[in-house]
Every structure is written in structure tokens, then in C-alpha cells.
Design a protein around this ligand. Structure first.
Ligand SMILES: CCCCCc1ccc(-c2ccc(S(=O)(=O)CCO)cc2)cc1[C@H]1C[C@H]1c1ccccn1
Length: 240
């Protein structure tokens, strides 16, 4: 069962995301504020201050056509394409690959004046979910999750001056297939991918609440727009 040092912690976090993060906002009785909405994309936030630091949890739901859950999670997890869609990281390094679909990454984020620069050291794992909870009455064809959470590592060799931000992030994707009415073959046009993205970022050190909240308000919608467009573009059949 224990495949690497963080196996148990990873399993527990995935289970928590599948029970808690897959619930629609508000189902947990919490008050989520819808702060951005663009078509199917809805982004919610909660105000949370821990030890004087702004740790506002974020939850985004989205649904896009023509891609599968596995493709969405693959492009989110695969560091080979990270800089093609990530807009706020300045550099990153894969520190360790504990197992095939699990990496440990050190990354620095672009400094946002007047705050100190932030870095993150986290484990990133992509997992196919076997017995997914079905949301509502739709039955998913498959469910994939990428779970990113902060860990320690002796070889991080951090950039001096960076403040270590702590992250708990998950991208949960489900593929829904609507076979063509005429009984023809299933094509990309029959695919719909439902996405849930949850992010808990602790900035690790003081930063003005107004600065942090404006960064999040700007960066999360931008990230979701840019990342989903990137995957649809990468998977689009070549225009013949
Ligand atoms: C003064 C700034 C304090 C907070 C800095 C910070 C830390 C981590 C993160 C973060 C770390 C990982 C992820 S991910 O989803 O796992 C993808 C892989 O990179 C996502 C966001 C972001 C930000 C802040 C750039 C701000 C920001 C906010 C949303 C989106 C992008 N950038």
C-alpha cells in the first residue's frame, strides 16, 4: 500500500477531495461567494484568515466539450507542458519522481510588489478514480484527479529571499459521453468534461489583504480560461 513516503497522506487527501470537493458549493452548509462567472465557468471563494494570513479557499466548477477527463488531468499534471499554460510561475524544477504519475516540484512565482516573492514545494499526483461518486443523476464514463499538496524535501535548494507558500489543490475531472442519436461512432463532439478545481493557498507570510485578494480575483479566472482553452486546442483534431 505504502508506495512512497507520501503515499498515505496522498490517499487520504484524494478521499477527502472526492467526498468534500465534489459537493456543489453550499452543499457543505458553507457560504461560498460566486465571484466570477463566464458561461459554464463559475468561481467561488470564501473569506478565511489564518494567523493573520489571507487563506481564502477557492472552488471553481466548469464544463467543456470535446475533451476527456484524462486529457484535462494529463495536461494539468505533465510538467513538460507546464510553462505553456501557467502564467504566474517564474521557474520550476522536478525534484523527485517517487512513482510513475507522482512528482515533487519546486517552483517560484513571479514577485507581486510590494510582497516578497513566493515559492512552493509540493507533491503532484495524477490518479484515475475507480468508484467515483456520481454528482446528480449523470453517470460519468470516467473520473480523474490531480492532487497537489505541499511537502518538505531535503533537495529543494530554495531561491533565497522567497517566502514558502503552502498549497492544497485538486483538479477533479469527469468525462460524460452522449452517443450520437444515429448510432454512429463516438467522436470528440460526444464528449463533455465536468471540472472541479479547488485551491487553498496559504501565502506563508504577511501580504496586504487587498493585494492578495486582487491577485486571486485576477489570476484564478485567467488560469481557468487559459488552461481549458489550452487543452481544447492541444486535443483539437487537425483541421483537414
Ligand atoms: C503574494 C502572492 C502570494 C500567493 C502566491 C501564490 C502561491 C501559489 C499559487 C499556486 C500554486 C499552484 C497552483 S496549481 O493549480 O497547482 C498549478 C501549478 O502551478 C496554483 C496557484 C499561486 C500564487 C499566486 C500567484 C497567484 C495565483 C493565484 C491563482 C492562480 C495563479 N496564481
Amino acid at each position: 500500500k505504502r508506495r512512497h513516503k507520501h503515499s498515505d497522506e496522498l490517499e487520504k487527501k484524494i478521499q477527502n477531495h472526492l467526498t468534500d470537493s465534489m459537493k456543489p458549493p453550499g452543499a457543505d452548509g458553507d457560504i461560498w461567494e460566486l465571484f466570477a462567472e463566464e458561461g459554464e465557468m463559475k468561481i467561488y471563494r470564501k473569506e478565511l484568515v489564518e494567523d493573520g494570513l489571507i487563506c481564502d479557499p477557492l472552488k471553481a466548477v466548469h464544463s467543456i466539450g470535446n475533451v476527456t477527463a484524462r486529457e484535462m488531468c494529463h495536461y494539468f499534471w505533465d510538467t513538460d507542458v507546464r510553462m505553456e499554460w501557467e502564467g504566474t510561475i517564474e521557474s520550476f524544477r522536478v525534484i523527485e519522481v517517487p512513482e510513475e504519475f507522482t512528482t515533487i516540484i519546486y517552483q517560484t512565482h513571479r514577485r507581486v510588489w510590494p510582497s516578497a516573492q513566493r515559492d512552493c514545494l509540493y507533491l503532484s499526483s495524477m490518479v484515475k478514480v475507480d468508484n467515483p461518486p456520481s454528482v446528480g443523476d449523470k453517470i460519468p464514463h470516467d473520473t480523474w484527479i490531480v492532487c497537489n499538496f505541499s511537502v518538505d524535501h531535503p533537495e529543494a535548494n530554495p531561491v533565497s529571499g522567497c517566502v514558502r507558500a503552502l498549497i492544497e489543490i485538486a483538479l477533479i475531472c469527469q468525462t460524460f459521453i452522449t452517443p450520437p442519436k444515429d448510432g454512429g461512432p463516438i467522436t470528440r463532439d460526444c464528449l463533455q468534461c465536468d471540472i472541479i478545481y479547488v485551491a487553498n493557498v496559504n501565502p506563508g507570510g504577511w501580504a496586504p489583504a487587498s493585494v492578495l485578494r486582487s491577485i486571486y480575483k485576477r489570476e484564478y479566472p485567467k488560469f481557468l480560461r487559459r488552461f481549458t482553452a489550452y487543452v481544447q486546442d492541444k486535443t483539437r483534431k487537425l483541421d483537414i
